[in-house]
Design a binder for this molecule. Structure first.
Ligand SMILES: Nc1ccn([C@@H]2O[C@H](COP(=O)(O)OP(=O)(O)OP(=O)(O)O)[C@@H](O)[C@H]2O)c(=O)n1
Length: 415
């Protein structure tokens, strides 16, 4: 039997060598040629997962028998896998998604085995599918989009884009499980250019299937004075970029994507105005979160940003009592960190507009300061002064409103 390093580990190291990048290569994956399941088990490997994949008994690295795959049904599940010991390294590499992911390395000599010219594609910064087997796994449409978001200087080969469109148009993406789609989306959100992920999915007609509520935003106009970029889809991508610049949290980036979903359902006769889009957006955020089974913190932040982002933008003009109501609605007393994330997302919304990128967002400073000062007010002082029952809450609220008013007085109104 022979073993080779494969996949992301080889790709990342070759990128560093050929392009001078400094990617920390992830865990090592191995492919085993000329062996069998029983031989692997005899050597102490443990079998994991559905495919002939094993874990090394000591270091727990993944070792997989070389295999070929043939599609037998729709979507991701219908596969016939052949892992007989005669499957060659080249055959195994040919079933892999992209040429840059289809290289192997001999661990003894360091030699790179590169039958599909992955090195050349790295040098030319091209994401190119390895073989016709690409279409056999629809998840690859999302993977390519994710790699485009990660390696943002790379372009997708035109012939690969054609294959991606073909997969989307054939309805194959509908067979992907929500878990796999969600995993790809959340991991794309942690890349440096997540907006590229969504733009690529749009380009190959996949976004309409994967996330129709988001896709609906392209072509929906906004009033030009607030949105020189006009299109809500373009605006949303700009907000995502700003959110990415301001924070590494994927919850914030997800909320940025969801904040204007309501604009996609504004009645045509009301355009380009979007009254009540914050409320109209709420069920669409819920639908999106249900579909992707997002963890609760994603849903909570996205709903709050969707409903209250305009309140944040208008903070300098709002009455102090309205600001206090906003704080109560946002539950800032119990969730101060979520409130910070809310403010960052609102700032991203304000800056994610053509020509507005460098504008200050004093609203966040005001609200941030106001919450911190309001948090210092507690019942103790009022109890000591003989106030009881319901009146305590009222006294706390009154004091908080006065504090907010004093802070507002110190803030300049925007021009
Ligand atoms: N749908 C898939 C998933 C994986 N692979 C192959 O399996 C390897 C390992 O997959 P995985 O660990 O999921 O991804 P990586 O390419 O290592 O990328 P990442 O850094 O995102 O984990 C890939 O390089 C690729 O050769 C594939 O061809 N098609």
């Amino acid at each position: 039997m022979k073993v080779y390093l494969v996949g992301g580990y080889v790709r990342d190291n070759e990128m560093n060598r050929l392009l001078g990048t400094t990617i920390t290569a992830k865990d090592r994956d191995w492919v085993v040629v000329g062996s069998t399941e029983s031989e692997m088990l005899k050597q102490g490997f443990n079998r994991v997962g559905k495919f002939p994949v094993f874990l090394h008994p000591q270091n727990k690295e993944e070792w997989a028998l070389a295999r070929t795959e043939k599609k037998t049904g729709n979507g991701y599940k219908g596969f016939e896998v052949d892992f007989n010991p005669n499957v060659t390294l080249e055959e195994d590499l040919s079933r892999r998604d992209l040429t840059i992911n289809a290289m192997a390395q001999n661990p003894d000599t360091g030699l790179i085995i590169d039958p599909y010219n992955g090195k050349t594609d790295i040098q030319n910064k091209i994401l190119r599918h390895t073989s016709p087997a690409f279409v056999e796994d629809p998840l690859r449409v999302l993977r390519v989009a994710r790699f485009a978001a990660r390696f943002n200087e790379f372009t997708i080969a035109p012939e690969t884009m054609v294959e991606m469109q073909r997969i989307a148009d054939a309805g194959e993406l509908e067979y992907l499980t929500p878990e796999r789609v969600s995993q790809e989306i959340l991991s794309a959100l942690s890349e440096d250019h997540p907006e590229i992920f969504f733009n690529v999915l749009r380009e190959c007609n996949a976004l309409a299937i994967i996330w129709p509520e988001l896709n609906a935003l392209w072509g929906i106009p906004n009033p030009v004075q607030h949105h020189p970029e006009i299109c809500t889809g373009i605006h949303t991508m700009m907000v995502l970029q700003q959110a990415t610049r301001l924070s590494s949290k994927t919850t914030i980036r997800f909320a940025a994507l969801c904040h204007d979903l309501g604009k996609g359902v504004t009645p045509k006769n009301e355009l380009p105005s979007h009254k009540r889009h914050e409320i109209r957006g709420l069920p669409l955020v819920e639908t999106s979160c249900n579909r992707f089974k997002t963890p609760n913190e994603y849903r909570q932040l996205a709903l709050k940003v969707c409903q209250f982002h305009l309140h944040s933008h208008r903070a300098l003009e709002l009455k102090s009592s309205t600001i206090l109501t906003l704080f109560n609605q946002l539950d800032v007393w119990r969730k101060p960190q979520e409130f910070e994330d809310f403010l960052i997302t609102c700032e991203a919304d304000a800056k994610g507009r053509l020509g507005f990128e460098k504008r200050a967002y004093p609203q966040a400073d005001l609200l941030h300061l106001a919450v911190n000062e309001c948090l210092k007010v507690n019942a103790k002082k009022f109890v000591e002064n003989g106030i009881h029952g319901k009146l305590i809450k009222e006294a706390i609220n009154n004091e908080r409103v006065s504090i907010i008013q004093a802070i507002k007085n110190n803030f300049d109104k925007p021009n």
